[in-house]
Structures are given as structure tokens and as C-alpha cells.
Design a protein around this ligand. Structure first.
Ligand code: COA
Ligand code: ZN
Length: 283
């Protein structure tokens, strides 16, 4: 019997955007190519945002044209405004637009200087543009499990926005624990609440320590989540997060999925070397 698939997106953007030094473009290219050659099929390679706001992502446009992208692999990059979308669309090698929406109104304003209502209008316009050129539109919902901005959180509000973002043209959704608010109960609550409304289970973008990762991932899997963002070496995390939390470690995630009987398309034995390579880029 075929094992059920769990999709893993290697989030190089989240791994690299908050580093104190920029990873050189040539080193990014070598690393990304190595991941594609090793079987990674979904990669978030950067963002088309203001280089003043996020200098480490300023070279994102130099990456797609040089990579050899195998059939079936998908490259995504983040877009937070019209200018970013135009820059994205110059690259036919990019498949998926990643748009950052925030369930917390305060964080939406702080991160992208828009209200949630304005962001929703952008989703409508941007998703239509993306679809015209054959791209997938992915919306990630930041602060999906709570926030440290003092804004109220409820599953009913989450479900309401999931529905509105889908109606606006979102093809795929992610639930992001931007500042590591979630515990396993909260993860289960959020994914279970989305079941009735999301056309497919959203992806999980969790921030954790190696000690807390297993229980959070298990709660998401148990609630039907079959897609995760992760980073080799557990690198990164939102630069706005204050704690020791980092991204879900790809190596541990692959092992956990394999033990639970899921197929990730990634071979456990390849990951030690890639993990070391990722960590050395960050040091
Ligand atoms: N690409 C390149 N430059 C951009 C840009 C883009 N997508 N968006 C804005 N800029 C530049 C503008 O050219 C302008 O530069 P100038 O000061 O030299 O004239 C400056 O940034 C401000 O532009 P403005 O139109 O006022 O931006 P805005 O207020 O509509 O939006 C954001 C600003 C949100 C796009 C910007 O703050 C940003 O990129 N933030 C990063 C968000 C992010 O990546 N968060 C982490 C991931 S969730
Ligand atoms: Zn993150």
C-alpha cells in the first residue's frame, strides 16, 4: 500500500532573511541546486520586498533564471505589494506567489503597512494576476495561533478569514505561528477548526525548539495537516520573534513523518550532509 504523502516546503527565505549577514548569491544558488538535486520539490527561495526592509532578500531575482528546476518541483517567493508582484512575474521559473496575510490587525500593519481589509483586496487582485500567468497563489496567515500584539484570537475569526481569503482567489493556505505562541492543543484547535471551511488542509508554518517540535508536528498531523514548512538546521524564524524558537528542523520532520508512516519524498540518509551545509551557510 502506498504511504500517504506529506509535503515539505524548505523555507530558505525564513531561514535566511533574519541572519545578521547576507548569504552570498553564489552560495544560495549552490545550496538551492543541491536541494533540488536531492529531491526537494517545494522551495521558498526568497522575497520581492523592499531591499531596505529586508537586505538579505535583495538578490532573490538573481536566483530563478540560473537554477535547473526538475519537472514537478515548485519554487515560491514572497510578495507583499504591487511592486513585488511585478518583480515576481518577470520570472517564469517561479510557480507560486506567497502572500503574507496576518490574522492580527496590529501585525498586518507593522509588517506590511496595510489593514487586513486592504490586504484582502490585494489578494483578490494579485491572485487574479497570478492565475492569468499560470501561477499558484498561496496565502500564509501569520499569527494564526495567537499573537503577542494584544489582539484577540479565536478560531471563529480564523475560520472567517480562511473563507474570505479562499473566496478572494487563494489556492492554498498556510497557518503560521509567527512568534511561537502555539502549543499542541492550540495547533489541534486551529487545524480542526479549518477542516470545515478550507478546501484542503492548510500547511503548517511552526516555530519551535527541537524539544517542542515533535509534539507540535504530531498535533498538526493528527488534525489532518499534510504540509509543513521547515528549514534544514532548524534555521531562522521570524526576525520579530524574541524567543529561542526556530523553524521546524527538516531532518527531524522527515524522520518523524517516516516513523508515522508518511512519505515525504526525502531520504533520511541524505539529510545529515545537507543539514551541515545549511548550518555552515548561516554561521
Ligand atoms: N521591491 C523593491 N523595493 C520596494 C518594494 C518592493 N517590492 N516595495 C517598496 N519598495 C521600496 C520603494 O521603492 C521605496 O523606496 P525609496 O524609499 O527608495 O523610495 C520604499 O521601499 C518604500 O516604498 P513604499 O511604496 O512606501 O512601500 P509600502 O509602504 O507600500 O510597502 C513594504 C512597504 C511593506 C513593501 C515594505 O515595508 C517591505 O517590503 N517590508 C518587508 C515585509 C517582509 O518581508 N516581512 C517579512 C516576511 S513576512
Ligand atoms: Zn516564520
Amino acid at each position: 500500500m502506498l504511504s500517504e504523502r506529506v509535503e515539505i516546503t524548505e523555507t530558505l527565505r525564513d531561514a535566511w532573511q533574519g541572519l545578521p549577514h547576507a548569504v552570498p548569491t553564489a552560495a544560495k544558488l549552490t545550496h538551492i541546486q543541491r536541494l533540488l538535486d536531492a529531491g526537494f520539490r517545494s522551495l521558498d527561495i526568497g522575497s520581492f520586498v523592499s531591499p531596505k526592509a529586508v537586505p538579505a532578500m535583495a538578490d532573490t531575482g538573481e536566483l530563478p533564471g540560473v537554477l535547473r528546476v526538475p519537472e514537478g518541483a515548485s519554487l515560491m517567493a514572497l510578495v507583499a505589494n504591487e511592486k513585488g508582484l511585478e518583480r515576481f512575474l518577470e520570472h517564469p521559473q517561479l510557480h507560486e506567489v506567497l502572500y503574507p496575510f496576518s490574522l492580527s490587525e496590529s501585525f498586518q500593519q507593522r509588517n506590511t503597512r496595510r489593514s487586513r481589509e486592504d490586504a484582502l483586496h490585494e489578494v483578490t487582485r494579485f491572485a487574479a494576476r497570478a492565475h492569468e500567468s499560470g501561477r499558484v497563489f498561496y496565502t500564509t496567515i501569520s499569527m494564526a495561533f495567537g499573537n503577542n500584539e494584544g489582539d484577540a484570537w479565536s478560531t471563529s475569526e480564523l475560520v472567517d478569514w480562511v473563507g474570505r481569503l479562499q473566496d478572494a482567489g487563494t489556492d492554498r493556505l498556510g497557518l503560521a505561528d509567527t512568534t511561537a505562541q502555539a502549543d499542541p492543543e492550540r495547533v489541534a484547535q486551529a487545524f480542526e477548526a479549518c477542516r470545515g471551511v478550507a478546501s484542503s488542509s492548510p500547511a503548517a508554518h511552526l516555530h519551535c525548539t527541537l524539544q517542542t517540535q515533535h509534539a507540535l508536528v504530531q498535533a498538526a498531523l493528527d488534525a489532518g495537516c499534510r504540509a509543513f514548512d521547515a528549514a534544514l538546521g532548524g534555521l531562522g524564524g521570524c526576525q520579530f520573534a524574541k524567543g529561542p524558537e526556530s523553524n521546524v528542523s527538516t531532518r527531524e520532520l522527515v524522520q518523524q513523518c517516516a516513523q508515522a508512516g508518511f512519505d515525504t519524498g526525502l531520504a533520511d540518509q541524505d539529510l545529515d550532509a545537507l543539514d551541515a551545509a545549511a548550518s555552515s551557510l548561516a554561521s
